[in-house]
Design a binder for this molecule. Sequence first.
Ligand code: TPP
Ligand code: MG
Length: 529
Amino acid sequence: MTESPAQAFAAQLLAAMAKLGVRNFFLAPGARSQALAIAAGQLADAGKLDLNIRIDERGLGFVALGAALASGEPSVVITTSGTAVANLHPAVLEANHAGVPLILLTADRPHELRGVGANQTTNQIGIFNDAVRECLDVPAPNGHEGEAAEARELAAAAIAIALGYDGERPGPVQVNLAFREPLSAIEPDAAALNPRVALPEATTDEPTFAVLETAGQTVVVAGAGAGEDAVELAEAFGWPLFAEPNSGARFGANVVVGYRELLASSPLAQQISRVVIFGKPTLGRGVIALLKDPAVEVIVVNNRAYGHFDVTRRASQFCDELTVLEEPDFEWLAAWRAADALLQHNPATAGLSRAGIVQSVWAATGQDDQLLLGASRMIREADRWAPAKPIRVFSNRGLAGIDGTVATATGLALVEVRHQNEQGITRALMGDLTLLHDAGSLAYDRAEGDLNLQLVVVNDNGGSIFESLEPAQALAESNFDRLFRTPQSVDLWSLAQAYGWRHILVGSAGELDEALATRGRVLIEVIPA
Ligand SMILES: Cc1ncc(C[n+]2csc(CCOP(=O)(O)OP(=O)(O)O)c2C)c(N)n1
Ligand SMILES: [Mg+2]
């Protein structure tokens, strides 16, 4: 028998999660969470789960988010009490808005030590407000009869909430676990337990259908989280498809690659009478302008991850599936394709233009690979230049922060290794400030071994996206630079060196293509033309 009810509870909880198929666990060290750390370590040593360790909870949260994005499974994050918990907030917000399942096991003082000034003790209940689906406040285990069963039920409940079994969107759930001393023991061995536990039934709502009389001058817009349903619909009814590069729908013959430009300048844009939206489009003003147009009917296809998208409050229908009674007429599509074909899609890549960088990255990325697009300028360049190609592209568009990009890419890569896809390369395309914002996430756990992880950093000396803002014209250049562009003077070679990453500075398109074939952890620095 263990002398620590805390340890017995932690062992049951984590063994039950592993038994229910949860695989990806993420831990930052701490004292209050020691029982959870020991139990996770035991299960990892026995091969029953994968445990990745980081010292910084902010990065840890995003590594967990990346793993959940790639796997579709909940990631479990273990932290100690106090500011450690608060450091998860950015990843929790992103997971909330993007519908990514995360289970946060936050250790806490027992209730008698709260509100009395005890060290490293704050109010952790409700700390994430409505960004978590639920916050479960679990009192300190005391060894009472039935406690093991309670731990197992808690495991099942947390997984079900994170996956949205209750009919809600998937997302983060906080399990705040109070622990009283003795905070740990080496027994029981969590790996030796074989808990009897089952998940509740998932509730599934009847899908809602929209039936349209006419095919009309319709376009399909696919934003973050859209997926191949958008492609199927567009192809079934002969509709042009405006698919953002991170939509999971930028492939097939209906994609209009140059839609941004055509929305701004082609007379075809004025003829659009209906828009069907999948996922959450975030990249261009052209789509929003279209949705505001009173002559355009807006139909929204419900999205389980991103939820309702109706920024202009003009949606006339929300549905799960959609059908059209009229036979498709492919002239409308043909007109868009002809207009698209007239656009310049292969600019003479004078050295390393941003268009050329996007095209090299797309050319290098195949079906075994994964691509993460950081926020800011390059994802918009990709929206303009990326060809239609069925590859796995991710981006944190829940809140479109520039934070956590290195960590998210790491989480994606860790899952690839677990699937033993050793061929695949995980690539992240980002700006220089985006890299520096998450520089701490370059620190990795040596036990992870080799990952094929490339950070392709477009170093243009600060936030060049802000050049499109009014102050870029209104302010003196020095003011604009200091207040907006914020160029840094960090030597990326030294940064990479310090964290044990390879660094390649590329000076030509040919060198970029070569660098994109590199294995291992590599920071590829590109200075755009
Ligand atoms: C966490 C967070 N802070 C601030 C912002 C606002 N922001 C958007 S883009 C950007 C600059 C990014 O610069 P860089 O990564 O160099 O990309 P570039 O546009 O130059 O390619 C900033 C600060 C944000 N999106 N997220
Ligand atoms: Mg930049």
